[in-house]
Design a protein around this ligand. Sequence first.
Ligand code: F3S
Length: 630
Amino acid sequence: MIIKMSDPMGFCFGVSRAINMAEDLSENGQIYSLGPLIHNVDEIKRLETKGVVTVDGLEENMDLPVLIRSHGASKEVYEFLNENGIAYYDATCPFVKRIHELVKKYLSLGKDIAILGDGNHPEVQGIISWGERISVLKDMEAVEAFNPGEELVLLAQTTLNKEFYDKALENLSKRTRLNAINTICSATKLRQEAAKELAGQVDMMIVVGGKASSNTKKLYEICKSVNKNTIHVENIREIIMHDFQKYAIIGISAGASTPDWIVNEIVEYLQNETVRSNLYMENLSMKEMMEQSSFSAPKRNEVVTGKVVMVKDDGVVVNIGYKADGIIPLDEISNPENLPLEELFAVDEELEVLVVKRDNGEGDVLLSSKRLKSRKDWELLEEKFNNKETVTVKITEVVKGGLSAHFNDIRAFIPASHVDVNFVRDLNQFIGEECQVEFLDFDRRRNQVVFSRKAVIEKERKDEMDNFWEGLEAGQVREGVVRRFTNYGAFIDLGATDGLIHVSEIQWGKVNKPSDVLKANETLDFMVLDFDRESNKISLSRKALSPDPWEIIDDNYVAGENYDGKIVSLTDFGAFVELEPGLEGLIHVSQISEDRIDQPKDVLSMGEEVVVRILEIDKDQKRIKLSMKQ
Ligand code: F3S
């Protein structure tokens, strides 16, 4: 059976940002998620175990911080949180947030708004809460019945079907002066296109995701339309009800709210399906053999199963189904913490032991649990060594030339040069630490094991770097922390490495110094413009996250109206006024005052806030004529 994965699939940017926020916040204690963080029951359960408690509504005396999910929330929710002093964190997806901002802006300009989408969806409910002049159009029937008036601003739910958007646009643009802003998120479209293409190439298609997730349901419908052998499963528990034997190639896709671990469990299940039944048969016969052997005479070095008959101060008596009792003396019990034997053994408990001698001189069988444990630990360690696996050890003491570490009862050595990637002056700081290590040497005959902690750290760093670069795409929005400033820009910490934002990409309009706009250590979203792994260069932009103010000038500014602005330049013939970053206009000297003025600088100063009237907007020349006099 060949398994093919759709690419991209699973968590979109907004959902993974919300989940990461929830996980980070829950490290400091429990938090409330206002509504399910995503439409996936298994992931919600997993988050619950980490301290993310889902609540349906707000109460005045909420004792934990509240997390707003990626769908966003209504105006009333924000007001309630603020009025009641409830701490909250906002994980609203930036694409949804942008719709909220557009709605607020157009409502403040007195425009009528229509949003294409499902009025019952929490995202749309949050959006329409900002005002009354917003209509929700859920399908073409609603669009056709809608009276758009003379002028209309049209927006869309982020997960809207593009076909519906195009049809609605065509219909409404014939009936009104339409300002349509496409707010559909490409994450959904990309996942749908990739899944559809894969469904057409495979014998069977599995769509993984929550039954309440609308984007998963849509993904399923799209795949089903090209491949009738398409199934929708929520998790591995549902997959085992299906028969896959007759399919040679199986495709897998997942909704935007499906976590990777659920998909991985399913893939692993499919890969192991045949192997599993064979293993079951093998295990069964081994168990039967063990049962039989427990009644025959014990042999030296044999492992037998027995039942504890008595726990004494000097050892444990075990019934191993032989005519004589078995005895485990104190020195054959692994007890590093020196606990009372009653805490380690209970009467009637079943346990495995190693036969040391059939007769200990007093007619009892001498048994050992310590030697069996040690044998198993060595076998396990040898297996890990052969498989080149990493091992978890506990560092116990500083010894000559390095550290001593324990894998259960097995003592190993970590040379000082293999403790960390950097030189460490005082090794005592590692005592008591549990850490991952790699083998440097393994010699069971000489009871010698040498580990490297440094090798694991180096590998983790390399993996982190590889994952970072492999996941990087131009056009992506990444969170970063502003770190260092230069004259030409600022370095942004993106986690695995730094990116650079050039001064011209910080915002629309002129920026003198990057530190005039950005603050050190603040966390912001940045768009990846370009990158080159070989030279370790990543170009970032904040400007690209918002539209060019000249492109939407008609939406925000009207000739004949008054606006606030700031003097940014003074010349002999007039003063330049910034209406917003990237948008400047000129007040000619004759338009400054009723009185005669020789020089604009006689009456105006740099940075002064002024009220100006727009006389004329010339979009082709990108010029705005302003007047203070009027
Ligand atoms: Fe945001 Fe798009 Fe996901 S709007 S929540 S990135 S589907």
